[in-house]
Write a protein that binds this ligand. Structure first.
Ligand SMILES: [Zn+2]
Length: 445
């Protein structure tokens, strides 16, 4: 919006007035957060058209003056109602969005009773001492974008955070798809930072859990409670399916990408994954460009659900191409998540069929994702290879990929009364190579 267009200003004032009323009137509304972050004066997409330079109201006026005038105007609006104004603080940090349009310097002239709300630990928090010196009050409110040593240090001892993430990112396709599980875990983890845990590195001999262990514990707890399917025909009895007849690859080097990207760190045998027995063998099913389809994985049984243990490999060189499949304009174009990569065709003995779409980041994840991207929405449990050879976010910035992961996904069968003859596992031919390590059937009650 144009902050000098009287009609736009009136529209926003009306919205704010309505919001105050919805919250019980100004007597019950001592604070009001106006937003006000990421002011760019360009369109919020790939266009670099400078809106100020084309606007008859704004043309020629310095960018930082435009922002200052708007802040002052809003401040008067709320002050007249006895309400204290809050706003995001990124425009006042040189490490963040403050240097480009010299808006950092506005803190010298802005009303000091505005509460500044920094949302980036890494980019905003270092500016806090300066704001305090200017006389502002500051409310730390990390979005939880980063789980790393820098943020941990800054968050330690503070619980308040993340409300921004839960409101904003939940409704943003793309970011939500990759970060929803991540901000949920961050809420719990920040609780720990506030009250309990401050060690980055686990010291198991001393019985101390570090950042990585906590994140796994929380991530899997959230996955489990979100994705524990409840359905009427559900039985607690399960049956391990032998998929070795359909297997086309050894676990070792299954993606043809070396030991760092294979399943050799998962030892063969029956393992209990979140209460469900699954059998990892020496073999698995891999759908690469040479073998896009494995047909007729034999079931010959009824099932209330089918539980898959699978993973996926996206070669680094092909990431860009995969992202481009869903590239949209705007801020969130970098997220490849939810893209369909494969299908399970469930074939019933009566000739009918159900299709399960495997979506990257939804019901399957990358084999070695960065630590904080390990808990896709529809996954029941993430099994991580238990070995000490993998860097797991101990260097302070957990963009480092960690140990290989297998994802347990439970699909509820809409036709538990029908006999399932077999399942076909079919790649959709994207850059992602899916792999299936095990199937378990849940009986019908
Ligand atoms: Zn304008």
């Amino acid at each position: 919006m144009c902050t000098r267009n009287p009609e736009a200003l009136l529209a926003v004032s009306n919205i704010f007035t309505e919001v105050i009323e919805l919250f019980g009137g100004k007597e019950k509304c001592p604070y009001f957060h106006i937003g006000g972050d990421e002011v760019r004066w360009t369109l919020f997409d790939n266009s670099h058209k400078k809106l100020r330079d084309e606007c008859p109201y704004c043309k020629g006026i310095p960018y930082n003056k435009l922002l200052l005038d708007y802040i002052n105007l809003r401040h008067e609006f709320f002050k007249a109602r006895g309400i204290r104004m809050m706003m995001w603080a990124d425009m006042f940090s040189d490490l963040h969005n403050g240097s480009k349009f010299r808006t950092t310097e506005l803190v010298r002239t802005m009303p000091k009773d505005i509460i500044l709300v920094p949302w980036s630990g890494e980019h905003d928090y270092p500016a806090i001492p300066g704001w305090l010196q200017e006389g502002f009050s500051v409310l730390k409110s990390s979005t939880g974008y980063q789980h790393n040593g820098i943020c941990d240090q800054q968050m330690f001892g503070y619980m308040l955070n993340d409300f921004t993430t839960s409101v904003w990112l939940s409704f943003t396709y793309g970011r939500a798809s990759s970060h929803n599980y991540y901000f949920n875990t961050s809420i719990l983890r920040y609780g720990d930072l506030a009250w309990n845990n401050e060690s980055a590195v686990s010291n198991r001999e001393e019985g101390e859990l570090g950042r990585t262990d906590y994140l796994f514990r929380y991530g899997n707890a959230l996955c489990y409670y979100y994705n524990q399917e409840r359905f009427p025909k559900q039985s607690s009895k399960t049956k391990i399916l032998d998929i070795t007849k359909a297997a086309n690859s050894l676990r070792k080097d299954c993606f043809n990408a070396g030991w760092e990207y294979d399943l050799s760190a998962f030892h063969p045998g029956i393992t209990d994954i979140a209460g469900i027995e699954m059998q990892v063998t020496d073999q698995c099913i891999v759908l690469d460009e040479k073998r896009l389809r494995v047909s007729d994985i034999n079931l010959s049984c009824r099932a209330s659900s089918v539980i898959f243990l699978h993973t996926a490999y996206l070669p680094e060189k092909k990431e860009e191409a995969f992202r481009n499949r869903i590239r949209t304009n705007g801020n969130f174009s970098e997220m490849p998540h939810f893209n369909p990569v494969a299908c399970y065709f469930v074939k019933y003995s009566d000739g009918s069929q159900e299709n399960i779409i495997m979506r990257y980041g939804l019901n399957v994840g990358a084999i070695r994702p960065p630590l904080h991207l390990r808990f896709p929405y529809h996954i029941r449990h993430v099994l991580r290879a238990q070995t000490g050879n993998w860097p797991e976010a101990q260097d302070g910035r957990d963009v480092t990929p960690g140990a290989p992961a297998l994802y347990q996904y439970e699909w509820v069968n809409p036709h538990p009364e029908k006999l399932i003859a077999s399942i076909d596992f079919v790649s959709l031919g994207t850059e992602v190579i899916p792999a299936l390590a095990a199937i378990t059937i849940r009986d019908v009650q």
